[in-house]
Design a protein around this ligand. Structure first.
Ligand SMILES: NC(=O)c1ccc[n+]([C@@H]2O[C@H](COP(=O)([O-])OP(=O)(O)OC[C@H]3O[C@@H](n4cnc5c(N)ncnc54)[C@H](OP(=O)(O)O)[C@@H]3O)[C@@H](O)[C@H]2O)c1
Length: 344
């Protein structure tokens, strides 16, 4: 199968994806019958480039990483923006890796809609479209008989949605409990040794774990968005991030963490969903967990998801060492699933 890929977003994940695909190019061709070209790249500040014959991605990486613009590589002068790029026919697959907008999911939601409408397959690591338009996108993809995959939106490269599509068919998800936000996990771990909240945020920013504006993480928006995505995809829900009962970690102090430790507990930002009759309840909030609970061992940028099904009482997935590379792997796994979909 030949994938001609248009990438919207060429930041940490986009560049890690291209490096991973370059590294695995022979393996992809020989073991998976997958050949690929990047025929379009769109960014915010680094311009846009499209070439139906395939872009020189090695050169594009160097240009963007040295702060330059991609315009020099552009071969379709009539294409100046994301939607025209998607509609230009230059690619058969969209990879959506632009910045998350947790309030609306835009403009990524419109990128996914437009791509499916013109018959492209869609892979996104951006949670926005899933939290604000999952049902609609899933149905559009079905009508158009195109693939729509999003493994990296929650727990990066860990195969949660692939497991749900394949090995968990026939199991009904009743509830889940999870730690899904690296930044708050890192901050809470640092505060256990007496570090103040502000200093822990500064440390997280210095290590590249927290954004310059950490509010998406510390106020629980990222965790609420992931909770909504899991509910929408795995529990047939229809939630937006604002529907999740949400408390961030600004009210947690080092004293509270140390008092919890004295009682053999740790405080974690937990994401929960559970069924009450026909209703799905959700909550994101800091909660104590016993030190004997596997959740207590999840520190720094690791994450954990415990799923409880009607037929499997407890299935737990733990991810260690998350980052742009593990996210890029989830996108690559989705691209392989696109190739399998094209072959059917
Ligand atoms: N980093 C992770 O480990 C991780 C894990 C799971 C999911 N994700 C999701 O994956 C996506 C990418 O993450 P990242 O870490 O690569 O982010 P990033 O480094 O901030 O890169 C974002 C990219 O999107 C571009 N962009 C922003 N607005 C755009 C627009 N309107 N049109 C075209 N391009 C636009 C940016 O361009 P400029 O830089 O030129 O402005 C940049 O290339 C996000 O949605 C994120 O939530 C990331």
């Amino acid at each position: 199968m030949q994938l001609d890929i248009a990438m919207i977003g060429f930041g940490h994940v986009g560049r890690a994806l291209v490096r991973l695909m370059q590294r695995k190019s022979d393996e992809l061709r020989e073991r998976h019958n997958l050949t690929w070209r990047i025929t379009g790249i769109s960014t915010g500040r680094h311009g846009l480039a499209a070439d139906p014959n395939g872009l020189d991605v090695g050169a594009a990486l160097l240009v963007v990483e040295s702060g330059g613009k991609l315009d020099h590589f552009h071969r379709l002068p009539e294409v100046r923006d994301n939607l025209p790029l998607i509609r230009s026919g230059v690619a058969n697959t969209l990879v959506e890796l632009s910045t998350l907008n947790p309030q609306t999911g835009q403009p990524a939601l419109d990128h996914c809609r437009a791509a499916l409408d013109v018959g492209m397959h869609v892979v996104t690591a951006n949670k926005g479209p899933l939290a604000h338009g999952y049902r609609e996108l899933r149905d559009r993809a079905a009508v158009k008989r195109r693939a729509f995959f999003f493994e990296s939106t929650v727990m990066d490269g860990s195969p949660i949605f692939a497991a749900a599509r394949e090995g968990l068919q026939g199991a009904d998800l009743l509830s889940f409990r999870a730690i899904l936000n690296s930044t708050t996990n890192f901050i809470l771990t640092a505060m256990e040794t007496g570090t103040s909240f502000d200093e822990a945020v500064r440390q997280a920013q210095a290590m590249g774990v927290a954004e310059a504006d950490p509010s998406n993480d510390v106020d629980g928006w990222d965790a609420a968005t992931k909770t909504a995505v899991l509910v929408n995809v795995l529990m047939e829900g229809d939630l937006r991030p604002t529907d999740v009962d949400r408390t961030g970690i600004r009210g947690v102090t080092p004293q509270m963490l140390q008092a919890a430790m004295a009682k053999n507990q740790r405080i974690k930002l937990l994401c929960r969903a559970w069924r009450e009759g026909d209703i799905i309840k959700t909550r994101v909030a800091p909660e104590p967990v016993s030190v004997t609970d596997p959740f207590a061992l999840v520190t720094k940028t690791d994450s954990i998801l415990r799923l409880s099904f009607d037929v499997l009482p407890g299935l737990t997935i733990v991810e260690e060492g998350a980052g742009a590379e593990t996210t890029a792997f989830g996108v690559l796994a989705d691209l392989l699933a696109v190739a399998r979909h094209m072959a059917t």
